[in-house]
Ligand binder design. Structure first.
Ligand SMILES: [Zn+2]
Length: 169
């Protein structure tokens, strides 16, 4: 663009014909060097069959305008950098979330196991509690429970031949 930037913009008469014979197209440059500066170019500008016709329509951007464009570009670059950072952070958070969910699933399974274990312990604690209560009532003879129909206690005297002996839960 440096070779053609010397072209006098005042030559523009409202319509220009390309080197390729077609009508030139007006576009706006948004580069930091030529911000918001209109130019005429080939209809195939920057494509493989560009005839390389190029002429500025607007005068060169003033120094203040150039400084403003530089600052805007710096802000844009910084914002794009921050967007990239946030994208990476978001990816990290997604991975963290997946890990936490996996851990949670494992803990749910563990909790179910512990709940079952707890239910069993409560049952065996109740059985032991009943043994203690039975011992209080019936002395040294071994309380094994209550007869479901009669409600009378089933006790074992702990003799070697006693048929009522059964293993503790
Ligand atoms: Zn052309």
């Amino acid at each position: 663009m440096s070779s053609s930037s010397s072209t006098n913009y005042s030559q523009y008469r409202g319509e220009e014909t390309c080197k390729c014979g077609r009508r030139a197209v007006m576009r706006t440059s948004l580069t930091v060097k030529n911000p918001e500066r209109r130019f005429l170019g080939c209809i195939n500008y920057k494509k493989h069959n560009d005839c390389n016709f190029f002429v500025w329509v607007d005068p060169e951007t003033c120094p203040r305008g150039l400084e403003y464009a530089r600052r805007m570009q710096a802000i844009k670059d910084e914002l794009e950098r921050q967007v990239e950072e946030l994208k990476m952070m978001n990816e990290g958070l997604k991975r963290g979330k997946e890990m936490v969910e996996e851990e949670n699933d494992a803990l749910v399974v563990k909790l179910a196991d512990l709940t079952e274990m707890n239910i069993n312990l409560i049952a065996s604690n109740e059985a032991l509690q009943a043994q203690i209560e039975g011992r209080k009532k019936f002395g040294k003879s071994f309380f094994l429970g209550e007869n479901h129909s009669s409600g009378s206690p089933i006790v074992c005297c702990l003799c070697d031949w006693c048929a009522c002996v059964k293993p503790l839960p």
